[in-house]
Design a protein around this ligand. Structure first.
Ligand SMILES: CC(=O)/C=C/C=C(C)/C=C/C1=C(C)CCCC1(C)C
Ligand SMILES: CC(/C=C/C=O)=C\C=C\C=O
Ligand SMILES: [Fe+2]
Length: 557
């Protein structure tokens, strides 16, 4: 058996910088096993193994583009300036000494191939950002994820795989037929893992998107792409929810079934690559399942949303994007919420609910009566007032052309009440007056210790109008029905990510991390106190970074 040690690739002399130096062993069928201090991980396909040490910083760290060189204007919707960078940041304010670990944020940060510009926010090639906190100091790094889609685009200088809205051009009819076959086999789908990043219970860090093949293992210390996460089971399928539920003990996700409309609810034990079926939900309406970008869980149940915005086979086949991309709005098919018991896979409730549109569920919990019997499930989401136009508003052209006009559709914290007494209908209403957060609402986080439990606080992006995109950070108090907002004129903050203080006794004892694109092209990491929601520190980047989507926290080992 040959073996190859990953070189310690950095040339950065930052005292805070650490690398995880792993050892790959070749095994049969081109798979690798990867050993780190955490143990041996199997089932990775080789994507990129450096044969000799490469500089981590490209170009040299002394000359990163400055905010002024970045154009002096908002960097959020512009492609990342270079493939990678790393360096220690100057901190203004004080980062709590307990905040030791790595915040990772993923997102679609590269939206052009030469002169060809992608059209939708979700099309960009994945840019992973790392903020390494240690004893009050911060090292930032960013790097492109080396998916097959990204590498092929770079090599051929053209789009080679189907992205969220972009489809590679075919030269002739024969090629078109070949492309259709590749669509059905999944070969032409992207593996551009540009949506989120998760830390599995066994320590592996995986970047994700909605295609199953776009699950890519990365090294959280070097941001190296380690390889594709291979699910070792026979479940097949091509797509899954972008947001699995991940804790140290569980990984649960939904696999939409486009052939027999429904969803498989599956789980995977830490340390394995095998998903096992918990149960199946059959759709109650429509020709196809509703889009499931995310879903919530409670302590005992998995909640399966069936949104009237449904996957659309015809739109999947189109070369040019439609206003709803690969989806279709089916109000006549109604909206539903299904509740499945985690232990048995039985469906304990399936209710019709008012029409809704959401990307992100916030949390869910069980409501009990005075005898402790569960009478309902409450599920909260960032709800776009059943208005699908939000998808088009996220076109880059719209995001780049803000002229002072208020064009962001209204959104709210949509609270579903799902009775467990056999009633046919569930309820959906705003959990607080949406004016509290400027009627903008998306990109949420909670204290992870309250996942699936009754909770009080959510952190999210809201709106200060006029705007074309959520431009505030908002702390929502679901008990008092109040919000506290952070805003910096002209800047765009990304998902506020809550990190609890170890040993915390209150729900909001911790910090909130967000990456801000400032109006003059600058960028910085912002740390807010979770309780007061006041700024406690910021660390300026050498240049503004593109907008990013979702993050995760990897505590210090
Ligand atoms: C970035 C984000 O939030 C969502 C990304 C979604 C993607 C890349 C979806 C891709 C898809 C295809 C390429 C074909 C099949 C349908 C679908 C899952 C929408
Ligand atoms: C950024 C976003 C919606 C903002 C609208 O208010 C949605 C992102 C979805 C994917 O993660
Ligand atoms: Fe998302």
């Amino acid at each position: 058996m040959a073996s190859l040690t990953i070189p310690s690739t950095n040339t950065c002399s930052s005292p805070l910088y650490t690398t995880l130096v792993g050892k790959f062993d070749y095994v049969k069928d081109d798979r690798l096993s990867y050993s780190t201090s955490k143990g041996k991980h199997r089932g990775l396909t080789i994507v990129n193994v450096a044969s000799k040490p490469r500089p981590l910083v490209f170009p040299a760290p002394e000359q990163p583009p400055t905010a002024v060189q970045s154009g002096g204007k908002l960097a959020a919707w512009t492609s990342v300036k270079q493939e990678r960078w790393e360096g220690e940041l100057q901190v203004e304010g004080e980062i709590p000494s307990w905040l030791n670990g790595t915040y990772l944020r993923n997102g679609p940060g590269l939206w052009n191939l030469g002169d060809y510009n992608f059209r939708h926010l979700f099309d960009g090639y994945a840019t992973l950002v790392r903020l390494y906190f240690k004893n009050g100091r911060v090292v930032m790094g960013h790097r492109q994820i080396e998916s097959e889609a990204y590498k092929a685009a770079k090599k051929n200088n053209k789009l080679c795989y189907r992205e969220f809205s972009e489809v590679p051009k075919t030269d002739n009819f024969l090629a078109y037929i070949g492309d259709m076959a590749k669509l059905f086999s999944g070969a032409s789908l992207t593996d551009n893992a540009n949506t989120g990043v998760i830390k599995l219970g066994d320590g592996r860090v995986v970047c994700l998107t909605e295609t199953i093949k776009g699950s890519i293992v990365v090294n959280p210390d070097t941001l190296d792409t380690i390889g594709r996460f291979q699910y070792e089971d026979n479940l097949g399928g091509l797509i899954h929810s972008a947001h699995p539920i991940v804790t140290d003990e569980e990984f649960i996700t939904l696999l939409p079934d486009l052939i027999n409309p429904g969803y498989l609810v599956v789980k995977m034990e830490p340390g394995t690559n095998e998903r096992k079926v918990i149960g199946r939900v059959n759709c109650r309406g429509g020709p196809s399942p509703g889009w499931v970008h995310s879903f919530p869980v409670t302590e005992h149940y998995v909640i399966v949303p069936e949104m009237p915005l449904r996957y659309c086979a015809q739109n999947l086949l189109r070369a040019e994007p439609t206003p709803l991309y690969k989806f279709e709005w089916h109000p006549e098919s109604k909206g539903f919420m299904h509740v499945m018991c985690k232990a048995s896979g039985n469906i304990v409730a399936s209710v019709e609910v008012p029409l809704y549109v959401t990307f992100h569920f916030i949390n869910a919990y069980e409501e009990t009566d005075e005898d402790g019997r569960i009478k309902a499930v409450i599920a909260d989401c960032c709800e776009h007032s059943a208005d699908t136009t939000i998808l088009e508003k996220l076109k880059l052209q719209n995001l780049r052309s803000f002229n002072g006009e208020d064009v962001l559709p209204d959104a709210r914290v949509g609270r579903f009440t799902i009775p467990l007494d056999g009633s046919p209908n569930g309820n959906l209403e705003a959990a607080l007056n949406p004016n509290e957060h400027g009627k903008g609402m998306d990109m949420c986080s909670i204290n992870p210790n309250y996942l699936g439990k009754k909770y009080r606080y959510a952190y999210s992006c809201g709106a200060k109008r006029p705007c074309n995109f959520p431009n505030t950070l908002t702390k929502i108090d679901l008990m008092e029905k109040k919000a506290k907002n952070w805003h910096d004129e002209g800047s765009i903050p990304s998902e506020p990510f809550f990190v609890p203080r170890p040993g915390a006794t209150t729900e909001d004892d911790g910090v909130v991390i967000s990456i801000i694109s400032g109006k003059n092209g600058e960028g910085y990491a912002l740390v807010l106190d979770g309780s007061s929601f006041e700024e406690i520190a910021r660390a300026k980047f050498p240049y503004g970074l593109p907008y990013g989507l979702h993050g995760c926290w990897v505590p210090k080992k």
